[in-house]
Design a protein around this ligand. Structure first.
Ligand code: GYE
Length: 311
């Protein structure tokens, strides 16, 4: 993984190339960080980055890809908002000989429609979050509410699955309510308010599992407003490890998160440089690390480290 920030060095092999980036939008702090890290990476590699913000809509992404193809870009980065519906437009890119690299989310399509996919193992992320809860509650009964990510997105599907796998053999832990918060803080708060009302003012909830930190941050606010102590009365576990979750972890209002690097573009550019210059086929799936992250990890120090990563 390329170094970022002040220690950054110029990278070779893509100078002067034009690369289109169809980004989902800016629903979360993690996504905003990915956008800024991708821009930094493009600068280090000397890439002319054509950025297109889809505002969460697949049709905008399809339109952007078609326009990149018409423009004759050298490569395309695609962070696909949902998992299905990409065959046609990716076939058009393939027919035009333009390699596509998927960033941070997977798709359900034949693997020859993209060069490689740079993403975390999202089932594993869910499992890590679930295993943390299993260890933390032990034999106690635990009613869990779940805030899901964007409907139809690979992280929402896979993070749900991984968590369910982790708690499957533990009859004392049960997901009692599960709804999408679309990966946003505002919906995380609003949906959590509904969960609290429906669960005896929150008295019946033991833990919140949120598919990202932003929704957890919104939900923490809702828990506080309901007169309960987030992190104590209701355990909070989420995914991303964005800097904004660190003060909550330090304050004991959030308990655990699973770190996800915002630097997906670095490995993507490395793969593209090797492929475009030397015809080297990268591995189909480039998997980034998933690390559990709790108050024991010096959240303030870690937040600083992540800021250096480009947040
Ligand atoms: O965890 C969430 C974002 O696609 C893995 O999307 C990514 C997810 C990330 O909005 O915060």
């Amino acid at each position: 993984v390329a170094l970022l920030g002040s220690a950054a060095m110029a990278q070779e092999g893509l100078e002067g190339m034009t690369i289109g980036f169809s980004q989902i939008g800016s629903e979360s702090g993690w996504r905003a960080a990915e956008t800024s890290v991708t821009r930094q990476q493009a600068e280090e590699w000397g890439v002319n980055l054509q950025f297109s913000d889809a505002q969460q809509r697949q049709e905008n992404q399809i339109r952007a890809i078609r326009s990149f193809v018409a423009q004759g870009v050298d490569a395309i980065l695609l962070a696909p908002v949902v998992a299905t519906g990409w065959e046609e437009v990716l076939s058009e890119a393939k027919d035009a000989d333009i390699p596509v690299v998927l960033l941070d989310r997977g798709i359900e399509a034949p693997e020859d429609l993209y060069l490689t996919s740079v993403a975390s193992d999202q089932v594993l992320e869910g499992r890590v979050a679930g295993e943390w809860l299993v260890e933390t509650v032990g034999d106690e009964d635990c009613r869990v509410v779940e805030l899901q990510g964007t409907v139809g997105s690979s992280p929402a599907i896979n993070r749900k699955q991984g968590f369910e796998e982790a708690i499957a053999d533990h009859a004392n832990i049960e997901i009692v309510r599960s709804q999408t918060g679309d990966f946003t803080r505002a919906l995380g708060k609003q949906v959590m308010e509904g969960f609290l009302r429906a669960e005896n003012g929150g008295q019946d909830i033991c833990a919140l599992y949120a598919h990202n930190d932003d929704m957890a941050v919104g939900a923490i606010q809702a828990i506080r407003e309901a007169g309960l102590n987030p992190g104590e009365d209701i355990l909070v576990v989420s995914i991303d490890a964005v800097p904004d979750i660190s003060p909550a972890i330090a304050a004991g209002e959030a308990n655990a998160t699973v770190e996800l690097t915002p630097n997906m573009a670095g490995p993507a550019f490395e793969a593209l440089a090797a492929y475009l210059n030397d015809g080297v086929e990268p591995e189909k799936f480039i998997i980034t690390e998933s690390r559990l992250y709790t108050a024991e990890d010096d959240p303030e120090g870690e937040a600083e480290r992540r800021r250096d990563l480009g947040y």
